[in-house]
Design a protein around this ligand. Structure first.
Ligand code: BV8
Ligand code: ZN
Length: 276
């Protein structure tokens, strides 16, 4: 069936056919990845932007890195909190939020994002699942309390730290100066409430995402390389179940042959056209 899929992809940039399908759809999932925030100036994981100092982002987004050097990992996340705070939701985030505001009563519309930058929230999306957590949430490593925290810097010791260039290396911040739990009986070290590589996703979050994916009749896959699991399975699963899947990406991905539509280009441009 991959031949017919490839043929389908050929005529897939047919926006009018896509819009007909979108109009008829009753239960839509929009799955986003780092590519939707690229036009807001937030580096994606792949490509040149995926580096901070001499590290690949994915090498720091691990429990092992945090155990070895909580100071280095907190500098990395402090830097990303600052970048995300300065960034603005772009036309892609806004097109999705507007679509939900306009059709959210007649259709079930769920945004599932792999991003942790919070830009879908700031764009106004309501029915949002943050698969991998959020830069502006902390979790206590001791009592597990999760709190939202927009303090910038999140602690005094991180003021002025986190610069991305290699020369910015300074001595480690002593652990007691890193963010700690405010509960007097606890005082545990805080970590970003983010799913790192090698960690399981939050059970409820995964349940909600799997429910949305298994009930949708249409799925848009936006700005993701579809290589990280379990998120990379969602759209192909929907396609296998007969849902209509449309991919918005500047280039095809390993998952593209599974899908019915593929719209090349920057999603800050293609999404407003597709969702208007
Ligand atoms: C799990 C938060 C069960 C962090 C993220 C070995 C040991 C342990 C685990 C594994 C292993 N091998 C494989 C695994 C599983 C692993 C995995 O899949 N690894 C990959 C690398 C193979 N997965 C996990 O560990 C997950 N947990 O499996 O638990 C388990 C438990 C123990 C042991 C085994 C299994 C947890 C994964 C979550 C990790 N956390 N984010 C943080 O942000 O700091 S993942 C992170 O990368 C993102 O959140 C996203 O999910 C992922 C991929 O990034 P994308 O969003 O796709 O972005 P990317 O840069 O890749 O691509 C951008 C795309 O946009 C490109 O296609 C580009 O063309 C496009 N684009 C660019 N600009 C635009 C655009 N498109 C449109 N418009 C534009 N303007
Ligand atoms: Zn605590």
């Amino acid at each position: 069936c991959s031949f017919s899929r490839i043929m389908a992809i050929r005529q897939s940039s047919d926006m009018s056919k896509f819009k007909e399908a979108l109009k008829a759809a009753q239960d839509i999932v929009i799955l986003s990845g780092a590519g939707i925030s690229a036009e807001s100036g937030i580096p994606t994981f792949r490509g040149a932007g995926g580096f901070w100092r001499k590290f690949q982002a994915s090498a720091l987004a691990t429990p092992g890195a945090f155990k070895t050097s909580p100071s280095l990992v907190w500098e990395f996340y402090h830097y990303r909190r600052e970048v995300a705070t300065k960034a603005q939701p772009n036309a892609g985030h806004k097109a999705i939020a507007k679509f939900e505001a306009k059709y959210g009563k007649m259709k079930k519309i769920t945004v599932i994002t792999q991003n942790v930058d919070g830009l879908h929230i700031r764009a106004g999306s309501k029915n949002l699942i943050e698969l991998h957590g959020n830069l502006f949430k902390t979790r206590c490593t001791k009592c597990k309390e999760v709190l939202t925290n927009y303090d910038n810097p999140i602690c005094e010791a991180l003021a002025g730290r986190g610069a991305p260039d290699e020369k910015a290396v300074a001595e480690d911040i002593p652990e007691q100066a890193l963010p700690h739990c405010r509960r007097y009986s606890c005082g545990g070290l805080l970590r970003p409430h983010i799913v790192w590589f090698g960690e399981n996703l939050d059970y409820e979050v995964l349940q909600r995402a799997e429910e949305a994916i298994s009930s949708c009749d249409m799925c848009l896959v936006v700005g993701t390389s579809s290589v990280v699991y379990p998120a990379a399975m969602f759209a192909p699963q929907a396609a296998d179940r007969g849902a209509i899947v449309a991919e918005f990406n500047i280039e095809p991905t390993p998952a593209t042959p599974n899908f019915h539509f593929y719209f090349p280009g920057e999603c800050g441009k293609t999404l407003p056209l597709a969702l208007s």
